[in-house]
Design a protein around this ligand. Structure first.
Ligand code: WTA
Length: 653
């Protein structure tokens, strides 16, 4: 039997869920009265302007609605309502790449959010329901801008700063954004980098919807200003009033869109609601991170991903906590940077991705021992499966075998954690997400709804709607149904399928086994194979291509491409040189089309791809080859069975 790690209860003073009995009581409460229990929490946690009429409206499933008729506002929930009791508490502690610091109290945050909201209304004519694209670095203004949108009811769509101009343009056009908020640039590894020029390229064609660009000045580098379109945030902010009316929002009014990759086609704009989303963001902060009034919480994600939305900005602020925002990278100036910050700010909860843990382990296994990390109580991981060696180092060296590790499983679509240990209650098995949180009815099943046997892989489904779930894909209800409610049924009813596989062991513990579709998880970031393939196909000499995930020591999974060329070099000598040059060109293409995060870690040139008789590329075979596995499946039914041997030979050479 696998060893269990029990929480060190003396590390925790006043946790909300103290033991497994209390966990089970909560699960039972939801079991007995699902909607009533959600209502209890909604009443307790949300500062309603107008009470809701109905808890859950299932009349138009799977377009579920929660707390309909109710009115509230997420910026009020995260900022204004705290002013009475936490006016001078630090809301955001910012540390820049080069070590500069800035602390915003709740009062200062409210002041900045109000001024920014007024600027959006007065200078850019942003109204309730308008879309604002945010392409920003990790500076406090990113959170301020998100909250300013929430304050006036505008829908924000944050685009990760590592995405290219093309990727940014696609997202601007799909969301039909009126305003783009960006920065001149920021700093990384001691050097300035630029963002505004990327916006300029993105807007150079096809973005007629965009009327203005608002530029926050961060690094002061030279940028171009287009008269009448581009305005300086730092200038406009000076003229704004610090009083701003809060827009009453219906529970179901969209709070934000966040684009994420699927297995096919273009990224999809995952749409989240106001009340249900913020309720769960706040509840999971309390349950999973045991957030206490005096805590300092640090999530190292970027605001461009869902983890940054829910656990840098919305969750911590809704809970009235102090959240740390870091502009730089964990390895600059050295691999002790994070631990130095933990010591300096006395961080109590540290939340990061397994990729970062593996990197920090590799680059500085002893670094944590050089700092006082005794403030830490909870260490979190997210985004990808964590491997046992990384887990062990995190637990023993970073946590000094005292901290609880919460391996949190969730997705852009789930809004917040869905399967995770509770830090004070759950006995932990390393690298295991353990149990569904109370209120989340998670099941591992076959596609027809039959539960899988103990220890067998099945599909990770959530069988009841929950308040923080995705509402739809922006402008594409059909794709929403097909992507999430098309594969699995229970008792004849379509249920939410996450796209992940999972396994339940003899003790009821759930382990996530990874994606079952063609999504690759690179450094905890979702990459659609279709997106990468369509970028590669733009190269003139590419006839066809298939990309798959390949295990990678640091990134978890890397991207591996099998490329079929239109014209093949003839001599062996030419071939090596030409293929090298082509691989470089293809990667440059990917960088332009998507961004550096989608670069291929490996690429081979093959004469054909293995296909079924109906012409479907057999990705499973290509995945096995990339993993160095033996091909055990029957390949005789392929249209071109001989190609498998030939690809294996090239791969191994
Ligand atoms: C994967 C990130 C294993 C999973 C919050 C999921 C995980 C995808 C874990 C969502 C975990 C996330 N263990 N796998 N603890 N957490 N994943 O939308 O494949 O960027 O579907 O949200 O990451 O990625 P997303």
């Amino acid at each position: 039997m696998q060893k269990l790690f029990y929480p060190k209860k003396n590390m925790f003073k006043n946790p909300l869920i103290k033991n497994m009995c209390e966990y089970r009581d909560l699960v039972d409460e939801f079991d007995k009265d699902y909607e009533g229990t959600w209502a209890k929490f909604a009443n307790e946690k949300i500062d309603w302007f107008k009470p809701y009429d109905q808890i859950l409206d299932e009349s138009n499933a799977p377009f579920y609605k929660w707390f309909t008729g109710g009115q509230m506002n997420v910026a009020h929930q995260c900022v204004d309502r705290h002013l009475e009791t936490k006016k001078n508490k630090a809301a955001i502690i910012f540390e820049g790449d080069n070590g500069d610091q800035r602390i915003l109290t709740y009062r200062e945050l409210a002041y900045e959010v109000n001024k920014t909201a007024n600027m959006f209304k007065n200078n850019f004519g942003v109204k309730k329901g308008d879309r604002v694209v945010i392409y920003m670095p990790m500076i406090p203004e990113s959170a301020i801008v998100m909250l300013a949108c929430a304050k006036i009811g505008a829908i924000h769509s944050v685009v990760f700063g590592g995405f290219s101009a093309e990727a940014l343009r696609d997202r601007i056009i799909d969301a039909e954004a009126k305003l783009v908020v960006t920065a001149d640039g920021a700093y990384r590894k001691g050097k300035p980098y630029m963002l505004k020029p990327v916006v300029d390229i993105a807007l150079s064609s096809g973005c007629e919807c965009v009327q203005n660009v608002c530029v926050v000045e961060r690094n002061g580098e030279n940028i171009e200003w287009i008269a009448g379109r581009d305005y300086s945030y730092n200038e406009l902010i000076k003229e704004q009033s610090s009083k701003c009316q809060t827009e009453p929002m219906d529970s179901e009014d969209p709070l934000f869109l966040l684009y994420t990759s699927g297995s096919t086609g273009k990224p999809k704009g995952v749409q989240h609601s106001s009340a249900g989303y913020i309720l769960w963001a706040q509840m999971t902060m309390e349950w999973v991170f045991d957030i206490q009034d005096n805590d300092t919480f640090w999530c190292t994600a970027d605001v461009g991903w869902i983890t940054g939305h829910t656990y840098i900005v919305y969750g911590p602020l809704a809970a009235g906590a102090t959240t740390v925002m870091f502009e730089g990278v964990p390895t600059f100036p050295d691999a002790g940077r994070c631990w130095k910050m933990v010591e300096e700010y006395q961080i109590n909860q540290f939340y990061t991705a397994p990729t970062a843990i593996r990197l920090l382990h590799k680059m500085g296994a002893d670094e944590p021992t050089k700092y006082d990390l005794s403030s830490l109580r909870i260490l979190g991981t997210v985004g990808e499966p964590i491997d046992p060696p990384a887990w062990k180092w995190y637990y023993e060296v970073v946590g000094n075998s005292n901290c609880s590790i919460v391996d949190t499983y969730w997705q852009t679509e789930t809004g917040g954690h869905v399967i995770s240990p509770l830090p004070v209650a759950t006995p932990i098995k390393p690298a295991c997400a353990t149990f569904a949180l109370p209120g989340i009815i998670a099941e591992v099943i076959e596609s027809d709804g039959t539960p899988t046997e103990i220890g067998e892989k099945g599909l990770m489904c959530i069988t009841k709607p929950w308040p923080a779930m995705i509402r739809t894909i922006w402008n594409n209800d059909e794709r929403f149904i097909k992507s999430y409610f098309g594969d699995c049924k229970k008792e004849g009813k379509a249920i939410y399928f996450s796209g992940d596989g999972a396994m339940i062991d003899e003790d009821g513990y759930i382990t996530i086994t990874g994606r079952t579709d063609d999504v690759i998880n690179v450094s905890g970031h979702r990459m659609g194979t279709a997106e990468v393939e369509s970028a590669i196909k733009k190269h003139d000499n590419v006839a066809s291509v298939a990309v798959v995930g390949k295990p990678h020591e640091i990134k978890g999974e890397g991207i591996f491409a099998y490329v079929v060329l239109k014209s093949v070099p003839t001599t062996q000598k030419d071939q090596t040189a030409e293929e090298f040059a082509l691989a470089k060109e293809i990667n440059a293409m990917i960088k332009t089309e998507i961004g550096a995060i989608a670069l291929c870690d490996g690429m081979i040139f093959v004469s054909d791809l293995p296909k079924t008789r109906s012409g479907k590329v057999m990705r499973r075979i290509l995945r096995s080859i990339a993993k160095g596995e033996k091909i055990t499946q029957d390949i005789s039914t392929l249209e071109n069975p001989n190609i498998v041997k030939s690809i294996e030979k090239i791969f191994n050479s």
